[in-house]
Design a binder for this molecule. Structure first.
Ligand code: PLP
Length: 460
């Protein structure tokens, strides 16, 4: 018997069947639950006390471990799919997408190479194709699903810099002392993070009161920094406000200057799908690279970012890893997602979105996004009307930012903690131009107008 022992974790036995049943039953209940609480974090010492030691020489057994998860760990994690989760950017995976994530995990799929994962990669590529068409990118565009927008932005910017280096080499130009990336001051923090990793400089261009980056401001930055600029990043839906940069005028400038245009649409670019907001993204068709996070407004579970290059060849040149044991993969023309980003091993994280799109069709996605935009407009009107409240900016997409007149930072903080403490809602304060504010990020199709007015009522 002892020889069989090491395979205890892998053989299909009564024990295995019991574990799988337990886990699938838990998953089934969570997926179909209609009354999942919002929940909230506990301090580390409290969690230590409640769970005790769970990792031991002999194991505590699946039943006990699932119990610890169900009764202690899960309730100490905020349910990001709660309709009154309105902080940061919420997550609202469709039931089909969330359920299919279980299948992805169960199927031992490797999504890094065509050789190993052709079927999965084919389906992911169909999703990327569909998105590319929506953005108006050429038929040759393509890329890969990566872990998140931060990694998508980094990967795109690395490809942009490698391309700029190559161009400089071909021209016989000297390489600049310092490479620079131009973006708006309201660009996402992950651009600065990518720049730190790449050891390049960020040129943060100021924007007007409306928060929109336009071509003339980009042109001024390019005039000042010349060939040291390897990319311009335009934001298609800023995280704090949901503001879309003027992509068309920015693209006109980058095209004229021959500079790579990256569009960071992690949160907002999904709204290209809605007839209500499609016009805001005019110009995205000129991007050299774009990202959009399905785990945000495309209703996929964590974590997935669709990274698409106009010329995938440039992504591949920048990112393919070479090693003796990999040559078998890399010396082919096969489409291997590993080649397009800063990653190698990957789960085919685009499959939950593929399954959900295949299941429901694309129209309901358009409707769900339109609904959030309409709800954001409606609650913005309500805030405008309510005495004591002031909108900071008119919403373009699903983010509504407002102030409670007379409140200081500490007031917002207390109010927000109290909302979570009472399990009413999860709304964290934000700030703009040094002033604290409150912010609704509306994306979950189950969020109602009454949910939002109910929260406003708590601020009186
Ligand atoms: C969320 C977001 C990111 C970062 O994406 P992650 O998936 O959190 O890494 C980048 N840019 C914008 C505009 C975002 O909203």
């Amino acid at each position: 018997m002892t020889e069989r022992f090491p395979a205890r974790m892998h053989d299909v036995t009564d024990e295995t069947r019991a574990i799988v049943d337990l886990v699938l039953e838990y998953s089934r209940q969570r997926l179909l639950a209609v009354d999942t609480p919002l929940d909230k974090p506990l301090p580390p010492a409290e969690l230590r006390r409640l769970t005790g030691r769970t990792i031991t020489d002999d194991g505590i057994g699946a039943r006990k471990a699932v119990g610890v998860f169900e009764h202690i760990l899960a309730p100490s994690c905020i349910s990001t799919d709660d309709p009154r989760y309105l902080s940061f950017i919420p997550s609202a995976p469709s039931k089909a997408a969330a359920a299919f994530d279980v299948v992805v995990s169960a199927s031992a799929l490797y999504g890094g190479s065509w050789l190993e994962g052709a079927g999965a990669v084919h389906a992911e590529n169909e999703v990327l194709r569909w998105l590319s068409d929506e953005f108006g990118l050429p038929a040759s565009a393509g890329g890969a699903f990566v872990q998140g927008g931060t990694l998508g932005n980094l990967s795109a910017l690395v490809a942009a810099r490698e391309t700029a280096r190559e161009v400089a080499r071909e021209r016989g130009d000297a390489q600049p002392d310092r490479w620079r990336v131009v973006c708006s001051v309201e660009a996402h923090s992950s651009i600065a993070s990518a720049a730190r990793v790449m050891d390049v400089e960020v040129v943060a261009v100021p924007v007007g009161d409306d928060g929109v980056l336009r071509g003339d401001a980009v042109r001024a930055a390019l005039d000042e920094h010349g060939r040291s600029v390897f990319a311009v990043v335009a934001t298609a839906g800023s995280t704090n406000f949901g503001i879309v940069d003027d992509l068309a005028s920015v693209a006109a400038v980058t095209q004229e200057a021959g500079v790579w245009l990256h569009v960071d649409g992690a949160y907002g670019l999904a709204a290209v799908l809605s007839p209500r907001s499609r016009h805001r993204f005019a110009g995205v068709e000129h991007a050299d690279s774009v990202i959009v996070d399905p785990h945000k407004w495309l209703f996929a579970p964590f974590d997935a970012c669709a990274l698409i290059y106009r010329e995938p060849r440039l992504g591949r040149q920048a990112h393919t890893q070479h090693a003796e044991y990999l040559d078998h993969l890399t010396e082919t023309e096969d489409w291997s997602p590993s080649d397009y980003a800063v990653h190698l091993t990957r789960r085919p994280r685009g499959l939950p979105l593929w399954f959900s799109l295949a299941t429901y069709g694309t129209d309901v996605y358009r409707d769900a996004i339109t609904r959030s935009i309409e709800l954001a407009e409606r609650i913005a009107d309500e805030i405008d009307r309510r005495p004591g409240f002031a909108l900071v900016r008119r919403p373009q997409l699903g983010v509504v930012v407002f102030e409670r007149e007379g409140w200081e930072r500490a007031d917002y903080g207390r109010w927000s903690s109290d909302l979570l403490e009472r399990q009413h809602a999860f709304v964290t304060p934000s700030s703009h131009a040094g002033r604290t504010n409150a912010r609704f990020a509306i994306l979950n199709p189950r969020t109602t107008f009454e949910d939002l007015t109910g929260i406003l009522d708590t601020m009186s």
